[in-house]
Structures are given as structure tokens and as C-alpha cells.
Design a binder for this molecule. Structure first.
Ligand SMILES: [Zn+2]
Length: 153
């Protein structure tokens, strides 16, 4: 299980290697995505809190990257944070996500991106529920929900 210590280690020493890479030009992405999806994922935008389609949905299923369809999170690790963005406590697989120190807006935060295609997803904070203590705060616009049964392990 990943904890804040692992996350900081990734930002300092580098991210885990993804299973595969998907790379496209800005123009190719803009043709595949809606303007809102493009703004959030490729231009590091943030959707307004409580506006995202997936914020208050708790259907069973898997949350995939909206750009490259790589599985990122699933419904067993989603929780209600009250932040207004979909929140998770772990990635579906340790190498699904990459982490980067973000000093924009005069704050030091950790940005989370899709490790397969570098899509901006949101940020991660060390104030999530036990046992991991992690809160992945993710834009709805960065993900698509693939409904279906999730295997708990
Ligand atoms: Zn992706």
C-alpha cells in the first residue's frame, strides 16, 4: 500500500515505470477530447468543485484515464471527502500514476498525472482516511467510469 512517504520519494527520486506509454501531439489530443477534458488534462486546469459528473457517483466500476483509457482507480477505494472532487485513497496499480512537485499559486503541492499519457488528473494530499492516509483529489473531467464488478483484494 502506498503512503505519503512513498509519494514524496517518487517526487524526489522519480516515478515507477508504467506498463506502456501513449504519446500524442496537442492537436491530436484536442481532436479526441471535449474542450473541458482538454483544458483539465492537457493544460492542467481544475474543474469547479461539486461540478464534476463523477463527484457524487458511487456505482461499482473502474475509473479510467479519459485520454488513454488506462485504469487509474476503482470504486472500492473511492470515498466521500466533501471536497467537491472525486476522492480516492489508492491507485488501482502502483505504477498507474506519476507524481510531481507543483509550486504553482505560491503553494507546494503534489500533482498527480496519468503515468501512461501524462494527463493532469489532480493533486494528492496526506489527509486521507486510514490506513494509507492518502487523498487523491481528482477532476471528473480526467476520468471515465467503466461500470462493472470490481474484484476486492
Ligand atoms: Zn492517460
Amino acid at each position: 500500500m502506498l503512503t505519503w512517504k512513498h509519494i514524496i520519494n517518487y517526487t524526489v527520486n522519480g516515478n515507477p515505470t508504467p506498463d506502456k506509454r501513449v504519446e500524442k501531439t496537442e492537436t491530436e489530443w484536442s481532436e479526441l477530447l471535449t474542450p473541458e477534458q482538454f483544458r483539465v488534462t492537457r493544460q492542467k486546469g481544475t474543474e469547479a468543485p461539486h461540478s464534476g459528473a463523477l463527484c457524487s457517483i458511487y456505482d461499482e466500476g473502474q475509473y479510467n484515464c479519459v485520454c488513454c483509457n488506462t485504469p487509474l482507480f476503482d470504486s472500492t477505494i473511492k470515498f466521500t471527502s466533501g471536497s467537491g472532487w472525486p476522492s480516492f485513497t489508492q491507485p488501482i496499480q502502483e505504477n498507474a500514476i506519476q507524481y510531481k512537485k507543483d509550486t504553482a499559486f505560491g503553494m507546494v503541492r503534489v500533482e498527480v498525472m496519468c503515468n501512461t499519457c501524462d494527463a493532469h488528473l489532480g493533486h494528492i494530499f496526506p489527509d486521507g482516511p486510514e490506513p494509507s492516509g492518502l487523498r487523491y483529489c481528482i477532476n471528473s473531467a480526467s476520468m471515465q467510469l467503466e461500470k462493472g464488478t470490481v474484484n476486492e483484494n
